[in-house]
Design a protein around this ligand. Sequence first.
Ligand SMILES: *Cc1c(COP(=O)(O)O)cnc(C)c1O
Length: 471
Amino acid sequence: MKRRTAEPFKIKSVETLAMLSYEERKQSLQQAGYNTFLIDSKDVYIDLLTDSGTTAMSDAQWGALMTGDEAYAGSKSWKKLEKAVRDVYGYQFVLPTHQGRGAENILSQLKIQKGDYVPGNMYFTTTRAHQEMNGATFVDIIIDEAHDPTIEHPFKGNVDLAKLQRLIDKVGAEKIPYVCLAVTVNLAGGQPVSMENMKEVYELCQKHDIDVMLDATRCVENAFFIKEREAGQANRSIAAILKEMMSYSDGCTMSGKKDCLVNIGGFLAMNDEDLYIRSRELVVVYEGMPSYGGMAGRDMEAMAIGIREAVDDHYIAHRIGQVRHLGQQLIDAGIPVVKPIGGHAVFLDARAFLPHLSQEEFPAQALAAALYLDSGVRSMERGIVSAGRDITTGNHNKPNLELVRLTIPRRVYTNNHMDVVVDSIVDLYEKRDAICGLKMDYEPPTLRFFNARFSPLSANGELISEENRLL
Ligand SMILES: *Cc1c(COP(=O)(O)O)cnc(C)c1O
């Protein structure tokens, strides 16, 4: 018999969840214009909107909040955070920022000249925005497999070295200030990069005197996939793997809201002293003193502990295991999802789920709305609504992928919660023909997915026809 595993923690404090009736959820969904971003959190049962800043802190972290040193300069709490980053990630120089994008801003301003190119294994919205605002062109150098949701590849976040070499040959190494390497790749569905690939990228870059800067946001999750999937890594600790990963880079930007197990915070780290000194100047301008950088002393205490807790082998095995617990049950039930299951989220393929809807009927938006209506589970659209419009033609950008993202917060929900999500999705799949498309009633000019409003396209205005109502 296969032995089951459970959460490697017990619960000391509980937060009561809203258990709305079908009618109440329907009302809440209508008020939110069928956009899950606009639903009040008090009306959500299981919130899978994002894993960013939604982590549950440990008793050690809560306890440490009280010891935070709120001195304006030279805070003891900063010393602890700096030491944790040095010990666990191995970089020499560290600067605190209010969150990941604060670090991205400073790095981009200091490294990028107008007309430069910044290659990356796909992009993250804020990372790319900072690169472009400083005059750089982003170039995607991820392997082709990453763009196909049906292909199983153990390291779908890998860099295609030939693509990187071609860019170097074309524009010249002096036009490439750094390679931005994300571990794992959020946009590809939380897909990892192999140790071998990280090493090869670093060696190629060193040959051409190009820096490698990691987007280290989910680096611990990446380390777990290396341990599990890469030859010779199985018996090493996550901490050892992580430190070796970081050694194939010159620095990183970090969002503490993910793999540092806190609700707010971030940092910029590097080994180049000159870059550190220049970065420190900008931290003062944009973030705060270099001994707090936009965080309270108590936040730094919590993050220093979170950084160490995250590399606990049991914690990270459970974290990835929980995402898989959700994803594998959906696969077993024949639900179309992006494969393989990544580190932080499961993505439903809404085109395959609702084949009777055209892309202009917003299938992923409709599916996310239907899931909330059915069970109070909040997910996020990642499809045509998120892709926005082409600035020149004014037409919808039509992405290949029309996805609903189920993102799992760290240490917040039990596997029973995941089972509730599975049951709701399986029921919806059985009645998928009864789910209608949406029309957009209000469209904001930028980042429309946050505030857009919709209504059902059915004759009677119901998203799921009443006779097929599930609960
Ligand atoms: C969240 C995130 C960021 C930005 O971090 P913030 O703390 O939200 O500013 C950068 N890159 C990736 C991959 C992220 O997921």
